[in-house]
Design a protein around this ligand. Structure first.
Ligand SMILES: *[C@@H]1O[C@H](CO)[C@@H](O)[C@H](O)[C@H]1NC(C)=O
Ligand SMILES: *[C@@H]1O[C@H](CO)[C@@H](O)[C@H](O)[C@H]1NC(C)=O
Ligand SMILES: *[C@@H]1O[C@H](CO)[C@@H](O)[C@H](O)[C@H]1NC(C)=O
Ligand SMILES: *[C@@H]1O[C@H](CO)[C@@H](O)[C@H](O)[C@H]1NC(C)=O
Ligand SMILES: *[C@@H]1O[C@H](CO)[C@@H](O)[C@H](O)[C@H]1NC(C)=O
Ligand SMILES: *[C@@H]1O[C@H](CO)[C@@H](O)[C@H](O)[C@H]1NC(C)=O
Ligand SMILES: *[C@@H]1O[C@H](CO)[C@@H](O)[C@H](O)[C@H]1NC(C)=O
Ligand SMILES: *[C@@H]1O[C@H](CO)[C@@H](O)[C@H](O)[C@H]1NC(C)=O
Ligand SMILES: *[C@@H]1O[C@H](CO)[C@@H](O)[C@H](O)[C@H]1NC(C)=O
Length: 799
């Protein structure tokens, strides 16, 4: 069966390739001629772009413009479509330039699905320019129509978004038809992103709850024009003005309103032939409105952006599309107020749709208020710090649900008592872990819920979707109702989605633990080859002082983390005293190993700083705040074959030491001299800011090539105040240049190995960020998300 389908797939691929390569290509279309679905128009003079019929489905084509070269992992990058919502048949469909002067697209030789609506009786020509603009002009050179004036979801350098145009996102990654997000100039002259979904609509960018001036927008210029230039500056008449992180000439760029509601500027990385995000409108994808539909929760996952889950008690409406959200999986007898109760969800906000606002309320009052409204789905209960009392916001609808550790207030969901009780008794059956289907992916078949079936299917689902929501959900269960051991056991069972290895298996894989590749972090690491030929790093933990169930419970947390800048954990082994972890193997080893070679040029170093920030931000973000790393150092940042960093050894503190909250034992294990935050020494509370500190030191080391422990051994240390010599040294160098980074000061700081081939502006930002990260006072340090924010959002005023 599989082979058969593969064969079909391959032949389809071959056919479509043949279609592209054997097509007739021209560079000009004149009055009276036409393009068939097999022909393409190539841009002049360099052929950067191609226009033609692009296959969007089975015998469904859209007349499109795309980059001629394959970028993006071997895919075409579409920049414009004429008929995205009305694809045409592959047979007999044509784009014709009529004698009347009109450009028309006909489906199967019959229906006109699109027209340029132009008129002329002189002779015309249609040409694709090298900037991606398809232009219909007359012989005298006058433009009658151009694709730049009617964009789809992408703006190319030099192309303007005006009051007459709008960028509309695609429906999904694979469905090119019009989606829910529109970037346009509103009546207030402000460039805005509007979500217009099946159930609700609203502006989600810039922040709708702020005045335009608070958002840095100027609403009094009605020229309404926004343009991305080729250097990477995006400027709008409402004074919105940003530059990309790689601001400079000679890079191919595009601005796209993505299907997930984020506006992104991409740069083409010629080395990998992939697009890289160099600016995006929203760093927290969950704050984009409407993203998960009604009655659902959005949680943050850095690489995939977001994950949607139904609120407890609700079930997904359309397996194919999150935009439709979730519907109640229960019936509330609204006439009987005793039949409904409230389920508390910590750190969850549902934005908008309040029935009212009641200040100085008590929890009882608020509950009663909600019970008295039939339509009340729950209420947000917020403490007003300034006033010193609680406010009550009963909700008529649950939209824009968003779980964030940054949001300190709970929501109380109104549910039937019976459901709430069942959450208490058997949380596993009631967690409503639906096999979530991302809008981008196609339908999958799921196993029927059997006795163990559902455990299995949710495991599979966890693996397939790489979830996070399950973890969050269990975190919630764990945090709010630490209960019987039976429940904890269930947790272990479900959440441990990855493979268990036998000791014999790993012994064989590592050839009797012969190839040692590293030491530290609580154990020795060996290289091994698994039976499926994957190369793995196998870590034998020294201290096996916890029971199997506890070990698995902690491990399951770590196993769930899925991010391209975190080492993937493939499995584990628990047998007798043996505790082993199986990780993916990193070709280039640790950053520590590479740092003092001359393999790391400036670009690699910057990518390492950025990637590490991403990995740590993901660790700290949202409900994972409590998974601190606590030992960020160059030895724990591994480099893959492309020198992309992956953070290793996270969460190990939990595996090594059950009493992780006990500071004395905690600090004995965690932290490495030179990278340890002052909190460890002064016995202050340990928060995610310890990782921020260590990150700052690592960045300084990356920049300067100087180790913070020069002259000392790299042994783990428990006592001794860190001299912070590296920090002092960098600060002194900066001070010499009167506090303000000057090129001379920077040149002195930067590792001489880099040979002055670095980007001054970025070095400056990194130095600033790193110095903030290593502030003695933890509250003065930014969070990892803020660090990432700074690195990704370079505001233009820094230039
Ligand atoms: C690009 O194509 C590959 C297969 O060639 C596919 O796996 C991948 O998902 C595509 N990427 C995007 C962004 O469409
Ligand atoms: C060309 O078109 C214009 C109107 O667009 C019309 O007035 C004129 O008579 C036409 N000329 C010819 C030669 O058909
Ligand atoms: C088109 O491609 C050529 C060669 O690759 C490049 O030099 C040129 O800048 C490109 N033109 C545009 C408008 O991108
Ligand atoms: C794309 O999305 C539209 C709108 O939801 C839908 O009508 C259409 O069938 C989808 N196309 C494909 C190929 O899935
Ligand atoms: C309005 O915006 C345009 C385009 O950005 C700019 O050229 C013009 O000077 C602005 N006008 C005012 C009054 O600020
Ligand atoms: C509530 O309404 C249902 C029918 O809608 C009825 O059967 C039930 O007895 C009512 N309960 C109370 C307490 O009024
Ligand atoms: C709800 O319960 C209270 C006390 O438990 C009782 O006094 C009241 O009558 C009940 N209301 C209904 C509608 O059953
Ligand atoms: C809040 O309500 C309580 C009790 O109703 C009252 O004593 C208190 O003064 C109120 N606080 C404010 C600031 O109004
Ligand atoms: C591993 O050690 C055992 C004896 O302890 C030996 O029989 C076996 O051949 C060794 N395997 C390898 C691959 O070295």
């Amino acid at each position: 069966m599989g082979l058969f389908f593969n064969a079909i797939l391959i032949s389809v691929l071959a056919l479509s390739l043949a279609f592209v390569s054997s097509s007739k290509s021209t560079d000009i279309l004149t009055t009276g001629s036409s393009l068939s679905s097999k022909d393409v128009l190539i841009s002049k003079p360099h052929g950067n772009f191609t226009a033609g019929f692009f296959s969007v489905g089975e015998n469904a084509y859209c007349f499109s413009i795309w980059f001629t070269e394959l970028y993006d992992h071997g895919n075409y990058t579409i920049v414009w479509m004429a008929n995205r919502d009305r694809p045409v048949n592959g047979k007999n469909s044509r784009l014709s330039l009529l004698k009347s002067g009109s450009l028309v697209l006909t489906d199967a030789g019959q229906f006109t699905v699109w027209t340029s609506s132009t008129q002329s009786n002189s002779s015309l020509q249609l040409q694709l320019h090298d900037n991606g603009n398809l232009v219909l002009s007359n012989i005298e050179g006058g433009n009658l129509w151009q694709s730049f004036n009617s964009p789809t979801n992408t703006l190319l350098p030099g192309q303007s978004l005006t009051q007459n145009s709008v960028l509309i996102s695609s429906r999904s990654l694979t469905n090119y038809s019009s989606g829910f997000y529109k970037l346009y100039f509103g009546d207030d002259n402000v460039l805005s992103l509007l979500y217009q979904g099946p159930q609700t609509a609203g502006i989600s960018w810039p922040d709708p709850w702020k005045h335009s001036w608070e958002n840095g927008r100027y609403p009094y210029n009605n020229s309404k024009v926004a343009t991305l230039d080729s250097w990477g500056r995006f400027q709008s008449s409402d004074q919105f003005d940003i530059i990309t992180v790689d601001y400079g000439p000679g890079i191919q760029r595009r601005l796209t309103v993505d299907f997930d509601g984020n506006v992104r500027v991409y740069s083409l990385d010629m080395a990998s032939r992939n697009w890289k995000v160099t600016w995006q409108s929203t760093l927290q994808p969950c704050t984009v409105h409407g993203i998960c539909g009604e009655n659902s929760l959005c949680t943050y996952a850095h690489e995939t952006g977001r994950k949607c889950t139904c609120a407890p008690g609700y079930k997904i409406k359309s397996q194919k599309d999150w935009a439709y959200g979730c519907e109640p999986d229960f019936q509330l007898p609204y006439n009987d107020s005793n039949a409904s109760g409230f389920l508390l969800l910590q750190n969850v906000e549902f934005y908008g749709y309040d029935i009212g606002f009641f200040s100085n309320s008590t929890l009882d009052n608020c509950q009663n208020l909600c019970l008295n409204y039939c339509s009340c789905k729950g209420f947000q209960f917020k403490f007003d710090k300034d006033k010193g009392y609680y406010n009550c916001y009963p909700k008529a609808s649950l939209f824009n649900g968003y779980r964030s550790s940054g949001f300190d207030f709970p929501i109380y969901l109104r549910l039937p008592q019976s459901i709430i009780t069942s959450f208490d008794q058997k949380p596993l059956q009631q967690t409503n872990i639906k096999c979530t289907v991302d809008a981008a992916s196609l339908g999958r078949a799921y196993q029927k819920k059997g006795q163990h079936g559902w455990v299995k299917s949710s495991l599979r689902c966890t693996l397939a979707v790489g979830t996070f929501e399950i973890l969050c959900f269990f975190t919630y269960l764990f945090k709010t109702r630490r209960g019987s051991s039976a429940r904890i056991q269930g947790y272990t069972q479900v959440a441990t989605g990855f493979r268990k290895f036998t000791f014999a298996e790993l012994k064989k894989a590592s050839r009797n633990f012969s190839a040692e590749i590293g030491r530290g972090g609580g154990g020795i690491v060996y290289k091994g080859v698994l039976t499926d030929n994957r190369v793995a790093a196998i870590k034998c933990l020294n201290e096996a002082n916890q029971g199997e169930a506890e070990f698995l419970a902690e491990l399951s947390t770590i196993g769930k983390l899925n991010h391209m800048n975190l080492i993937k954990i493939w499995g584990y082994c628990v047998e007798g005293k043996h505790r082993l972890l199986v990780y993916e193997y990193m070709e280039h080893g640790s950053l520590a190993k590479n740092l003092h070679s001359n393999r790391l040029d400036w670009k690699k170093r910057y990518d390492i700083a950025l990637g590490t920030a991403k990995g740590l931000a993901y660790l700290h973000e949202e409900c994972l705040e409590w998974v601190l790393h606590c030992d960020v150092k160059p030895q724990n940042i591994l480099l893959d074959s492309n020198y992309q960093p992956k953070v290793a050894d996270f969460g190990l503190s939990k595996l090594l030491n059950r009493g992780g909250t006990d500071k004395s034992t905690f600090s004995r294990i965690r932290g490495t001299r030179g990278y340890m935050a002052p909190e460890w020494v002064f016995n202050l509370p340990i928060t995610s800011k310890v990782d921020v500190y260590s990150y700052g030191i690592v960045v300084l080391e990356l920049l300067t090539g100087r180790s913070p422990v020069e002259g000392h051994s790299m042994e783990e240390s428990t006592s001794a105040m860190e001299p912070r010599r590296l920090v002092t040294w960098v600060k002194e160098k900066m001070h010499e240049a009167n506090g303000r980074a000057s090129p001379i000061a920077i040149a002195k700081i930067v590792d001489p190995v880099i040979n002055a081939e670095f980007d001054m502006a970025r070095v400056e930002i990194l130095v600033q960020v790193a110095l903030q990260c290593v502030e003695e006072d933890k509250d003065a340090r930014p969070t990892m998300s803020q660090v990432l924010d700074t690195l990704l959002h370079q505001e233009s005023d820094e230039y």
